[in-house]
Ligand binder design. Structure first.
Ligand code: ADP
Ligand code: MG
Length: 285
């Protein structure tokens, strides 16, 4: 019986087979272009290796993000790269970049973004969630109103423990829009329980248009609000944003007609909390 002679595999074919074997489709797809650039002398070898692994990491992160978009209720994808720091000079770029390296998630610290409407609080909260999801961790997003409604409904249906578990489990929970809607007494209590359970267990990012001094009003209970703030700020990075609404950036006249100062004064000093120091932006204060 005649044996078919197969041509020996070229090193390039073996590379392709190895990448397929290792289940690295991102790297596999990028391989030909990277090899061509190497052959053409336009890409040094270390950069080629970095590009090859980078292509795989990008694919993996995209997949993680897509999975998170299905389960985390994130309303959009926003990234730090889309954030225009020149529009919001009160935000320290180094602090935000440092937060996006996710040391705070590892250390189970919190982030509170404070400021008037339109200054980018939700954008930055989401971009932290996106970075966390890309790192392979579980994230969950809700407005305070949504989260409280879901807890109240679960409580009425006798499923509170399950719902609490769902909200305590993620490595990062975003609580957006604290201060826009009134909260019932039961709602405030359920939220307090949630934060108590997450305290020192996993990170929470919260956004509010109200300074901490006003949270008593928001939650309808000064003592509970103080206890809540106490837990939140124990290991916390505070980003206090003073500036104009990005939504209204093309409406300078409208803004002055509404009587808004160009740079409204900072919120009142925060009870029990210091802003993260600019020299060590990712250290809890
Ligand atoms: P807030 O939550 O503080 O009310 P958002 O984060 O929702 O504000 O911002 C309003 C809109 O403007 C969003 O679409 C957001 O992506 C965009 N935005 C806000 N600030 C910036 C910025 N500095 N650079 C780029 N886009 C921004
Ligand atoms: Mg918002």
């Amino acid at each position: 019986m005649a044996t078919m002679r197969t041509a020996p595999l070229s090193i390039r074919d073996r590379l392709r087979a190895q990448l397929a074997d290792l289940k690295m489709p991102g790297a596999l797809e990028a391989l030909d272009d990277i090899l061509a650039a190497l052959d053409g002398g336009t890409l040094p070898a270390p950069a080629a290796l970095e590009a090859l692994l980078g292509a795989q990491i990008t694919l993996r992160n995209n997949r993680r993000l897509q999975a998170a978009m299905r389960s985390s209720r994130l309303p959009a994808v926003k990234t730090l790269a889309d954030f225009d720091f020149s529009f919001q000079p009160s935000i320290k770029r180094e602090q935000l970049e440092s937060l996006h390296s996710l040391g705070f998630v590892e250390r189970k610290e919190n982030v509170v973004l404070l400021g008037p409407p339109g200054v980018g609080k939700t954008h930055l909260a989401i971009s932290l969630a996106v970075a966390t999801a890309e790192s392979g961790r579980r994230v969950y997003y809700g407005t305070l109103g949504d989260l409280i409604t879901s807890l109240e409904e679960a409580s009425q249906a006798g499923r509170l423990q399950q719902r609490m578990k769902t909200l305590v489990f993620p490595a990062l929970l975003i609580v957006d829009e604290i201060g826009y809607l009134p909260i019932t007494k039961t709602g405030a209590m359920l939220f307090f329980q949630l934060i108590s359970k997450r305290y020192e267990h996993a990170s929470t990012v919260l956004t509010s248009n109200k300074s901490f001094d006003e949270w008593g009003e928001v939650f309808g209970d000064e003592v509970m609000a103080a206890a809540l703030i106490d837990r939140l700020v124990h290991h916390c990075h505070i980003v206090n944003i003073r500036g104009n609404s990005f939504r209204m950036r093309h409406h300078t006249e409208l803004r002055s007609a509404l009587g808004a100062p160009r740079h409204p004064p900072a919120g009142r000093p925060q009870r029990g909390a210091r802003s993260a120091s600019p020299s060590t932006p990712d250290q809890a204060s």
